[in-house]
Write a protein that binds this ligand. Structure first.
Ligand code: CS2
Length: 503
């Protein structure tokens, strides 16, 4: 079968939506961490904004680690298929807004050059939580991170996202160019402010005048991004080929829903993303709390408990009545902690989340979401937990989610088989698990000592330790299914006085 590329484009069936006309080189967005999510979110919004506003914004992707994305997209001239998987059936659409992909480790100087090029106006990032190389508990740069150490010693050939951003900004300043807007699109609370702090901290370590220039001239708007985009599988590739009649090595699979709330503070222009449905808002925080706590908090909880209960995907897990009922209880605990964004009914938002999770056309693996729990737990579950503990409100469902993470991170599933735990702290988890064996109190103690996750305050609460030990003990001795059944029977009123939790 022929490869999708500008040369074979004419053979696409009319059912595949595609942009009209050629692609003149317009203002540029450089995107760090070009994965499936950004290709289904940022790129889709940008293409639609271009079409509606008659603009020519282009995206150059940068892979900070592997060459796979460049190898897949380069022979296709950057073209790829966005497959929107509605329960009623897929929609195939061609995206042509990515014009090039650079592989940073192969040629870091080329990445710095494009960041410093006059046509680059915005640098967007989806480098995942760990890509910020920071200490989530303090928001400061992790100076022990090997890439940060390297980049401070070799600032012109960086490896990390903060290192590249500062190198690009330094070069622009040397060339007499204005900076770019830095837009983090990762699931971090106050993502723009976190990025601002990290970039300034890194720059100040090299050159105070540079840091001052960045502070005065660059902008770091916050935004909340949302679209469920699971990793593409071999069968997705085969299905796409059958539908479009060409081989696309890297289509992206997405749910129909998408949302993007952005602080409108761009120093050198931006695509008219609002014409594609983005919400330009004065304050992103309420959107962020809603999304991180309600969507991602539920996603992570169901990833751990669902995985342990033997469910491969989110849709399978949500089809399990016990997990669906657990989610309702979890949302009842989360909702009071979230300030509703203007015009949003949070109970309604929760109902829509359940529908989105149930979409059987999306095969989002629980194992994929379970990754990097050490980087995700604080903003997804622990903020909610703190909020409730401070007010003396019970939180048994949140505790069960956290206990599920501990059970998972200990590395053995319910049949005694090893779990492939992917996390920057995986080695530490393994050491905790081997020291604690299956003693729940020792496991809770070991995990709670990880300060970058739990901070100093949570481990000091004996009531919390006891409650987590009880939940984890039940998970260890009875398994996720029975634990959930017991949990749901035992405390029938959502969020109400659950004695067992004690917290
Ligand atoms: C998921 C997110 O992988 C994960 O941890 O929770 O990627 C989630 O699908 C997105 O944030 C949805 O917008």
């Amino acid at each position: 079968m022929e490869r999708l590329s500008p040369a074979t484009l004419a053979t696409l069936p009319p059912s595949v939506a595609r942009p009209a006309g050629a692609r003149p080189a317009g203002p540029r967005i450089v995107h760090l961490g070009l994965g499936a999510f950004a290709r289904a979110h940022l790129a889709a919004y940008t293409q639609e904004a271009n079409a509606k506003a008659g603009t020519t914004w282009q995206i150059v992707g940068v892979s900070l680690q592997r060459p796979d994305m460049r190898d897949a997209l380069k022979p296709q001239g950057g073209l790829y298929t966005l497959v929107t998987r509605a329960p009623e059936g897929p929609i195939f659409e061609l995206l042509d807004v990515v014009t090039d992909v650079l592989v940073a480790p192969e040629n870091p100087a080329a990445v710095v050059d494009i960041l410093a090029d006059a046509a680059t106006r915005i640098v967007t990032l989806t480098v995942t939580e760990k890509g910020y190389c920071h200490l989530p508990a303090t928001g400061r740069l992790n100076l022990e991170h090997p890439d940060i150490g390297h980049d401070l010693a070799h600032p012109e050939t960086p490896r990390s996202a903060p290192g590249f951003l500062v190198a690009g900004l330094a070069k622009r300043r040397a060339l007499g160019l204005p900076p770019f807007t830095l837009l983090s699109c990762d699931n971090l609370p106050s993502n723009g402010r976190v990025l601002h702090g990290l970039v300034l901290e890194f720059a100040a370590k090299l050159d105070h005048a540079l840091a001052a220039w960045i502070e005065e001239t660059a902008s770091f708007p916050c935004c909340m991004v949302d679209r469920i985009v699971p990793a593409t599988t071999a069968s997705d590739i085969a299905e796409t080929a059958a539908a479009i009649g060409l081989h696309d090595a890297s289509p992206v699979m997405s749910e129909p829903f998408r949302q993007w709330a952005i602080e409108d503070h761009f120093i050198s222009g931006r695509p008219a993303w609002e014409m594609a449905g983005a919400e330009m808002v004065a304050e992103v925080a309420p959107y962020e709390f809603m999304k991180l706590r309600m969507l991602n908090g539920a996603h992570s909880s169901l990833a751990y408990l669902g995985y342990l209960a033997g469910h491969e995907t989110v849709a399978d897990a949500t089809a399990d009545p016990l997990i669906a009922a657990f989610l309702e209880r979890l949302w009842a605990e989360i909702i009071p902690t979230v300030p509703a964004p203007p015009g949003v009914d949070l109970a309604d938002y929760a109902r829509r989340l359940l529908e989105r999770f149930r979409n059987p056309a999306i095969r989002h693996r629980t194992w994929q979401i379970a990754m990097d729990g050490s980087q995700k737990l604080p903003q997804r579950l622990l903020g909610t937990l703190r909020w409730r503990l401070e007010r003396g409100h019970p939180c048994p469902a949140i505790l069960l989610g956290i206990a599920g993470w501990m059970r998972y991170a200990a590395g053995q599933d319910e049949r005694g088989e090893a779990i492939d735990v992917r996390d920057p702290l995986a080695a530490r988890f393994a050491a905790i698990a081997s020291a604690a064996g299956d003693d729940p109190a020792a496991l809770v103690d070991g995990f709670m000592r990880i300060e970058s996750i739990f901070g100093g305050d949570l481990p000091a609460r004996d009531d919390l330790r006891r409650a987590l030990t009880a939940s984890l003990g039940t998970l260890l001795s009875h398994g996720a299914h029975e634990t959930l059944a017991h949990f749901l029977n035992w405390s029938p009123n959502a969020g109400a006085s659950n004695q067992r939790s004690g917290a």
